[in-house]
Design a protein around this ligand. Sequence first.
Ligand code: GLN
Length: 239
Amino acid sequence: MKITIGHLYPDLLNLYGDRGNIQCLMKRCQWRGIQAETIAYELNDTIDFSRLDIVLLGGGSDREQMLVCEKLKEIQKDFKEYVENDGVVIAICGGYQLLGSYYKTDQGTIQGLELVDLYTEQGEGRLIDNIVLKSDLFDMPIVGFENHGGRTCIKNNKPLGKVLYGSGNDGKTGYEGVMYKNVIGTYLHGPLLPKNPQLADLLIARALKKKYGKDVALAPLDDSQEMEANAYICHRFVK
Ligand code: GLN
């Protein structure tokens, strides 16, 4: 079995080491004897979505998002088809905002990919802190760090989780992230997947199911250190 990960524009959308998420996915496949490769795309590369099993769209500053936004128009149709066909996507922070219809900032409006019915508008001040979520997907909480000026409205879509500590999508609704088909968008950046192996495995399992047409049981790995770190963060912030 083999998984191919497409990393979109890592030279522009790579805030806070989102690349570590790719390494985590690769390693968790390889440790189980599943082959894994990553294709990193630069702005002028052609993307053949039919080759890809997981797409990662990382975080970026407003300026970088503005730069990729023109390119996104060119790939929108193929990317949309990939998503509607149950392709797996993990979109983080700036990448999460780009999944929607637009991101309005003081400097102008960035057109999004329109893959998920959501939009983002810049609010007053940035939402910066550790964050802890409870997601219906897992028993173990999802932990991370957020740093964003945009406030995201996910309309009738399902959130990734309920905020136990932190701000989340907009600092008001109490929810974080979005789930649509096999797309997950979240503000939790940096080492999201190494800190949350349950989420990494969900992406791998969904990608294998889509590719091979059946549920593939993932061999358990020793995640005791990750679980200890997760529990530490929960106890520190969730009273
Ligand atoms: N530029 C976006 C914001 O500030 C996203 C930042 C990020 O990816 N951390 O809201």
